[in-house]
Write a protein that binds this ligand. Structure first.
Ligand code: PLP
Ligand code: SF4
Length: 450
């Protein structure tokens, strides 16, 4: 299958363009001035149900919706475009809007980039002791863009490729100095957009370094959902499968961390065949997804998705809370509802699906899971725990936040029982060497977009 990409410039060429209402076309054009938009022929022809596309989760996953911007910016931007506002003024306003969409949640840029001999290693992140994130330069795009993408600033040029790196030798040096790292997580964007020979060069550099500590190479990817032909008909798909097999044969576990938002993504012949071929290489596929309003905020969807995954040999791994960036106001689900949806779904499936953990917030101090909602001495509280912590000692200790039905993120929570701080906060501030925790800074000017 030939990969055909569609974006703003060739929107009118997409199959089914004739089915789009004028209002939808307008929404796509305006919103994609601010947030990234890209789709392809697989998503359009095999995933989207065009008979009811306006409510279709696969359509909403890929095509910008009017409500992804607040009404005022949407109107202002539409008027500016209609009135042929100068390019410079338009760019300035768009930039302003982007800065108001919290493009750098949790200080990702500042706080997780390690250094080697005094030199900052942009292109890797080391937040949790055992796992190093590696962002290869050529893997910093995707086969299509999710409308909720938390890496949207990278795709709109707001912080273009700042994360990325080309030199695997620097990663190897860093690994040698940090023997606690057992896992390399190659991520993006989507590393599976890279040609096999490029991916192979990176992986071979890790293998050639002979690092006894290295046990797992993970690859974070949305390709099973957005382009399963990567494993079937792309010219180098056979080489890709050979590469995966070769790494596994070396005794290094390859884990494909598949990003999947909806059971529909598991239903095409192409994806089923791709999963089969990947599993034949000895690679294990694990799945993770955020919980998203308008796409999958229903326990039946999750239960169905986990069952289908297990049936195809995929291990359910994480359910995330939608991150506090980009179009979160459109996709966000309250923590209370997130917990109920998770639990409802979890109760419907057999133990074999219950490898999944969540709902989890990837926040500054760590991955924080909502364990439950309960009453303690007459106070309604959220019970929370770290699944991953910037300090590994934080993991697994239950802690409590005052119940708040509106809260959507860790920053919205305050400690229960009148306590001043959560147990980790003093140490977290020390670790960051800052006296103020990162989070939303809402001034009167930007409150309208928050
Ligand atoms: C989620 C995450 C990891 C991987 O954590 P696991 O719990 O081992 O899957 C590593 N680094 C960062 C920054 C992460 O957010
Ligand atoms: S696959 Fe991930 S990085 Fe790519 S657009 Fe979707 S959320 Fe963003």
């Amino acid at each position: 299958m030939k990969y055909q990409v569609y974006a703003r410039h060739n929107l009118d060429k997409i199959p089914n363009y004739g089915k789009l209402s004028q209002e939808q076309i307008q929404s796509i054009k305006i919103v994609s001035e601010v947030l990234p938009f890209k789709t392809n022929n697989y998503v359009i022809n095999e995933l989207i149900d065009w008979d009811s596309y306006q409510e279709d989760p696969m359509y909403i996953l890929n095509f910008p919706q009017k409500e992804m911007l607040k009404p005022t910016p949407f109107r202002t931007l539409s008027e500016m475009v209609e009135n042929n506002t100068s390019k410079a003024d338009l760019a300035k306003y768009i930039h302003e809007l982007r800065l108001n969409l919290n493009p750098h949640p949790d200080g990702q840029m500042e706080h997780n980039v390690p250094s080697l001999k005094g030199k900052l290693l942009t292109g890797i992140q080391h937040k949790y002791r055992e796992t190093l994130l590696f962002f290869p330069t050529q893997g910093q795009t995707c086969h299509a863009y999710c409308t909720f993408c938390f890496r949207w600033p990278q795709f709109t040029g707001l912080n273009e490729l700042k994360f990325a790196m080309k030199q695997p030798n620097l990663v190897v040096s860093y690994l040698k100095e940090n023997p606690s790292i057992t896992d390399i997580l190659i991520t993006g964007g989507d590393p599976m957009v890279m040609k096999t020979e490029v991916l192979e060069r990176y992986i071979d550099a890790f293998l050639a370094a002979g690092l006894p500590q290295l046990k797992t190479i993970r690859i974070g990817t949305k390709s099973l959902s957005f382009w399963p032909y990567r494993y079937l008909t792309d010219p180098d798909s056979g080489d890709l499968l050979d590469l995966l097999r070769r790494v596994n044969d070396r005794g290094i576990h390859v884990a494909l961390m598949a990003h999947m938002n909806h059971p529909r993504e598991l239903e095409t012949d192409a994806v089923k065949e791709a999963i089969l071929r990947i599993r034949e290489t000895g690679t294990q596929i694990r799945s993770q997804s955020p919980l998203l309003r308008h796409i999958n905020d229903d326990p039946a969807i999750w239960a169905d998705m986990w069952k289908k995954q297990v049936n195809l040999g995929i291990i359910p791994y994480y359910m995330f809370v939608a991150r506090d960036t980009g179009a979160q106001s459109y996709f966000g689900v309250s923590l209370e509802r997130s917990h109920r949806i998770f639990n409802d779904a979890y109760q419907q499936v057999s133990g074999i699906c219950r490898t999944v953990r969540g709902p989890s917030m990837s926040a500054g101090p760590g991955k924080v899971r909502i364990v439950g909602i309960t009453d303690v001495q007459g106070e309604k509280v959220f019970v929370l725990e770290f699944l991953q912590g910037r300090n590994p000692d934080w993991v697994g200790k239950p802690f409590f936040a005052a119940f708040d039905p509106e809260a959507q993120w860790l920053d919205d929570l305050v400690p229960a029982f009148g306590e001043k701080e959560f147990f980790y906060e003093q140490e977290y501030k020390k670790l960051l060497k800052v006296d103020k925790l990162p989070g939303h800074v809402l001034t009167t000017e930007n409150k309208q977009y928050a």
